[in-house]
Design a protein around this ligand. Structure first.
Ligand code: ZN
Length: 202
């Protein structure tokens, strides 16, 4: 048996993998390749599994990730999880964009496990996305699950669909942000967050 990095492959519906595999073989041919040459023999199946892995976020309910680990706590200062590694696929080209997410909230009686924040980011990232919607979905999920005083999300990402096609200069990044509550109403709170995540303090 060939070993792959896709540990969850056994969870993928075999019918779906089989159908995807057939389509990817056809795609290879349409792209001018010979799907029967040795190096490509297993490629349609590998791509089918890879794409299933990279879009498995549809099967997870992000609200549940947080609700499964919500704790009563009187801490009312900013909780910041920064530099969360992020890999997603742009929905326009199905080509990766990747970067970092910084997520903060100010609890209002409830906190969640820090790893859950990263899991919410991952769950939304493993869908076809635009960076703007990804940013807002993460914010709204935390706002709805914890009802905190405020949520702040900043994502910095590079888009391969731009870089590889030469539309964008190599190395440039796109930044998106979304805020609720005190991060909107208090300039000082928002500034504190932006200072904490800014590059010069890394
Ligand atoms: Zn794109």
């Amino acid at each position: 048996m060939e070993k792959t990095n896709y540990n969850k492959e056994e969870h993928f519906a075999p019918e779906t993998i089989a159908a995807l595999k057939e389509h990817y073989a056809a795609i290879l041919q349409l792209l001018g390749e010979d799907p029967s040459r040795e190096g490509l023999l297993k490629t349609p199946e590998r791509v089918a599994k890879a794409m299933s892995f990279l879009t498995q976020g549809y099967e997870v309910e992000p609200l549940e990730i947080i609700r499964s680990a919500t704790f009563r706590e009187e801490y009312r200062q900013m909780v910041l999880v920064k530099d969360i590694e992020l890999y997603s696929l742009c929905e326009h080209h199905m080509i990766p964009f990747y970067g970092r997410a910084h997520v903060a909230y100010i609890p209002n009686g409830y906190i969640t496990g820090l790893s859950k924040i990263a899991r919410v980011v991952e769950c939304y990232a493993r869908r076809l996305q635009v960076q703007e919607r990804l940013t807002v979905q993460i914010r709204d999920c935390i706002q709805e699950a914890l009802n905190p005083m405020g949520v702040a999300v900043v994502i910095e990402a590079s888009h391969m669909c731009m870089q590889m096609r030469g539309v964008e200069k190599q190395g440039s990044a796109t930044t998106t942000s979304a805020f609720t509550g005190v991060f909107l109403s208090s300039h000082r709170t928002r500034e504190e967050f932006m200072t904490l995540i800014s590059h010069k303090y890394r």
